[in-house]
Each structure stands twice: as structure tokens, then as C-alpha cells.
Design a protein around this ligand. Structure first.
Ligand code: ATP
Ligand code: MG
Length: 463
């Protein structure tokens, strides 16, 4: 196998790609591994999907795949992409492009190109604008992608103003790569975003959301988020974020909420719901800020923030489950701070019930939220959080905390009281749930006794 054209180490091109390259060659066509796949190969990152490009048009590509791929799927024949699965690996083969983007369209329009160099020139960044010819393994790197990768520099193949005008999403992708690959944007890239951020308005919410997700799940989300705020790109789709740069107030000296937010996001493990909650946990602060003689306060910012987060996440077209989970975490993110005053078992049970399946994430968010510089305060807080988590574990051992519900259900309540479905049943169950929270587990017998007492008090005709 040939080495790369740069003459140094042979890149470990996956054997199935070589094999596919031979099939294309036999059919009289070129095939290149391209884009993110080449970049990740050079970086030694594991390859997930394989991106390939060819001069063959989709019908021809489909024919060549016949009898080789385990399965073919439609990615978007309109964009010239054919998808296939081989040995469990996803492969996407795109015909060389020569894009003509029309700005009034939300998604780019595409025309096919003739050679790989033109295709590469239309790609977003130099580090994504490299190709490896297969079979053989010759590296095609007309824009210095290897050099930029080595220097950890993010730059566009051609003029960034043209690149961003062609597809404004690339501005957001820049921030995504800053987070994901720990690269630094070239000054001309930063300046172009600063001048052109308003163009993001033509990009669909779904495309924006997908890039924001990758940014948040990257290794350095704080760096990506900082670029978004510094260039004012954030204002285009997440104005709540720059609004956190509350002016420093010399009298009360509250810490900068924006920098705090960056830190909290990065301290949370890369889980989308958790990092979204971290990103948005304090967005209710600007609207709730009050100056009092005792200092600045942000009363109920968690409630206001949860509401704002719901609106923003809906606008960005997040799935309902994600929205519900994120807003719940925001609502609950201050609850723990009452713990220092001493919680009863019943308070711990309520905490567990309210967090539900989000408990682990809530604990993590609460811990990440403590970014105080005072070591003493940080340690005290950590000790309290440890204590709460131990208490939850102990209670969970004694009683089934995952099933925090009364020992009898609605049907049993109706049978006992001789009533049909209706609001009374819910009220009775709520009453029993309250008791369960207060006292811990109870038997069926106890539950029936409590139900009878409740019914009697309400002058219901219990049997
Ligand atoms: P990931 O590891 O997240 O898949 P990636 O770089 O492969 O990162 P993709 O979105 O899968 O990103 O895109 C594949 C390749 O297509 C990129 O590496 C780049 O060469 C090109 N590309 C993707 N989106 C754009 C765009 N908006 N403008 C120009 N080129 C793009
Ligand atoms: Mg990819």
C-alpha cells in the first residue's frame, strides 16, 4: 500500500475503504475518504461514520455498492449522497460538489463538481478539507489542513466571508470545532463571524440545534461558548447567554454569571440533558435581580429560568423529553441549598421523588454549580452533598425509593370507597402519597386504615 503524498507515516485507512476504492476503480471512478474522517484519522481519533466522495453520480454509486454493502439507505439523493452499511459501519458517499448556495433558501442547493480539489474548496475548514485517495492512500491537502491541525488552527480554505455567506451555519460549526477539537480560530475567522453573525438568521433551527449539541458535548464547551458570545453569534439563537454577562457591580460584587455558567457546563459530564441544564440554569437571573441592603438577590430565578429555558428549547426544536428534563433540572437546581438547614427523612424522600430519574444528574449539576473560590466553602458544600447522597443511599436500602407510591392503587381506592373514577380518587391517592412521604413505607393494611379515616373525615360513606 502506498504512503501519503506528504511522505511520512501511512495513515491507517480502514480495509473496507480500500476494498471499496478498488470497486470504484474497476468501474472507472475515483473514490476518496474525505472531511471529518481524514481529520480524525490524522488525529488518531476513533472513526464513527465514514465520509467518502467520488466523481460517480448517485445512480452509478448505487450500482457499485450492489452486492458489496450489507444495506443501502437514502441520505439525500438530492444532495448526491448515498448511504450504506458494511460490517456494521456507516458509510456515506457523496458526489463531488460544487455548491451554489442561494441565500434565500434555508438549506444549501448543490450542483455536482468534476474534481476532488473543487469539492474540498467548498468545505468548511481546512482541517475538514483533506482527502485520501483509495486505493493507494495518497493524501490530497490543497489548503494546508495537516499544517493547521498540527498548529491547532481553525481556518477556512478560501476567504471566510465567502465561506460564511455561502452557508452561515459554518460560523456555528467553528465554535463547535473549537469545543470538540480544541482548535483556535484564526483571527480572520473570528473577525468574519463578528461581522456576519446576523446571517445565521436564514439557517433552520434544527441545523443550529445539532451543532449546539455537538459544541456542548465537546471537550472544551467553555471555549466554544466564549467564541459564541465574543463574536455575538450567540445573540442570534440564544440571546439568554450573552445576557448573563451582568455588569460587575462594585458595591455588591457578585461574580460574573456568564463565566460561572461556562465553568458549570464544563464541570458536568458530557451528557446532553445535563449540559443543556448547566448552560441554562441561571438564565432567570438577569430578570430577577434585585438590589437589597443585604446585597444582590435573584429570588425565584430557578422558576423564571425554567420557563425561559422551555421557550428557548422549543424554539430550537428540541424533543419534548429533553425539554421536560432540562427544565425540571433547572427548577430543582437550588433545592439542595436548603439541605444545610437539616432535612428530615421526609424532605429527602421528596427530593428523590421530585428528581425522579434525573436524580444523578441533579446531584451532578448541584455539585458543578459550586464554583466558589473559597476552598473552605467549597469543601463544606461538598461534605454536605456527600452526606445527602449517603442518606439517599441509606434510605434507598431501607425502602424502595424508586417506587415512591402508596401501597394501594386507584382501583383499590375505588373498591374500598365504593366510588367510580373521578377527582376524589386522585385526592385520596394524593393524601396517601403525602403520608408515604412523611413516614416512609406503609403496609396495605395501614393504607386502608388511613383511607378509611380520610373518608370519614370527609364524611364519605366508606365501607
Ligand atoms: P463529526 O465528527 O461530528 O461527524 P464532521 O467534520 O465529520 O464531524 P459532518 O457534519 O459529519 O462533520 O460533515 C462531514 C464533512 O462535510 C465535514 O468534515 C466537512 O468537510 C463537510 N461539511 C459538513 N458541513 C459542512 C458545511 N456546512 N459547509 C461546508 N462543509 C461542510
Ligand atoms: Mg462526520
Amino acid at each position: 500500500m502506498a504512503g501519503t503524498s506528504s511522505g511520512d507515516a501511512v495513515l491507517p485507512v480502514p480495509p473496507i475503504v480500500e476494498e471499496l476504492g478498488e470497486r470504484f476503480q474497476a468501474a472507472g471512478h475515483e473514490l476518496h475518504l474525505v472531511g471529518g474522517s481524514v481529520r480524525d484519522l490524522i488525529l488518531g481519533r476513533s472513526l464513527t461514520d465514514l465520509d467518502l466522495c467520488t466523481d460517480a453520480h448517485p445512480p452509478e454509486t448505487t450500482r457499485i455498492l450492489q452486492g458489496w454493502a450489507d444495506r443501502r439507505y437514502l441520505v439525500g439523493a438530492r444532495y448526491g449522497t448515498v448511504g450504506a452499511i458494511k460490517d456494521g459501519v456507516r458509510i456515506e458517499i457523496t458526489t463531488y460538489r460544487q455548491e451554489v448556495y442561494a441565500e434565500e433558501h434555508r438549506n444549501p442547493a448543490v450542483t455536482f463538481g468534476r474534481d476532488v480539489e473543487t469539492d474540498l474548496s467548498r468545505r468548511d475548514f481546512t482541517i475538514n478539507a483533506m482527502a485520501i485517495r483509495v486505493p493507494g492512500g495518497a493524501l490530497v491537502d490543497p489548503y494546508g489542513g495537516v499544517r493547521d491541525l498540527a498548529a491547532r488552527r481553525l481556518d477556512t480554505p478560501l476567504d471566510p466571508e465567502v465561506a460564511f455567506a455561502d452557508d452561515p451555519l459554518r460560523m456555528l460549526r467553528a465554535a463547535r470545532f473549537v469545543s470538540q477539537l480544541e482548535v483556535r480560530p484564526a483571527p480572520r475567522v473570528v473577525e468574519a463571524i463578528r461581522r456576519m453573525h446576523g446571517r445565521l438568521a436564514i439557517v433552520s433551527a434544527e441545523r443550529i440545534r445539532d451543532e449546539l449539541d455537538r459544541l456542548l458535548l465537546g471537550a472544551r464547551p467553555s471555549a466554544g461558548l466564549r467564541l459564541l458570545v465574543e463574536t455575538e453569534l450567540a445573540a442570534e439563537f440564544l440571546p439568554e447567554l450573552p445576557a448573563l454577562a451582568l455588569e460587575q457591580d462594585p458595591v455588591h460584587r457578585h461574580k460574573d454569571v456568564l463565566l460561572h455558567t461556562f465553568a458549570v457546563v464544563e464541570r458536568c459530564e458530557p451528557d446532553l440533558v445535563l449540559r443543556l441544564a448547566a448552560l441554562l440554569h441561571d438564565i432567570g437571573k438577569p430578570a430577577t435581580r434585585r438590589y437589597t441592603p443585604e446585597g444582590v438577590t435573584f429570588h425565584h430565578h430557578e422558576v423564571v429560568g425554567a420557563r425561559m429555558a422551555r421557550e428557548r428549547l422549543q424554539a430550537l426544536r428540541y424533543p419534548n423529553q429533553v425539554i421536560d428534563d432540562v427544565t425540571r433540572l433547572i427548577e430543582l437546581h437550588l433545592r439542595f441549598h436548603g439541605y444545610g438547614e437539616g432535612w428530615t427523612d421526609s424532605a429527602v424522600r421528596r427530593y428523590v421523588r421530585d428528581a425522579g430519574p434525573l436524580l444523578d444528574r441533579l446531584n451532578q449539576l448541584t455539585r458543578a454549580d459550586v464554583t466558589t473560590r473559597s476552598e473552605r466553602r467549597a469543601r463544606r458544600f461538598e461534605a454536605l452533598q456527600d452526606e445527602l447522597e449517603e442518606r439517599i443511599a441509606r434510605l434507598a436500602e431501607q425502602e424502595n425509593l424508586e417506587e415512591l407510591r402508596p401501597p394501594i392503587d386507584g382501583r383499590q381506592v375505588m373498591a374500598r370507597l365504593g366510588i367510580g373514577p373521578g377527582p376524589l380518587v386522585g385526592e385520596a391517592l394524593a393524601h396517601l402519597m403525602e403520608l408515604r412521604m412523611e413516614r416512609g413505607p406503609m403496609s396495605e393494611e395501614e393504607a386502608y386504615a388511613e383511607l378509611d379515616a380520610w373518608a370519614k373525615e370527609r364524611e364519605l360513606d366508606a365501607r
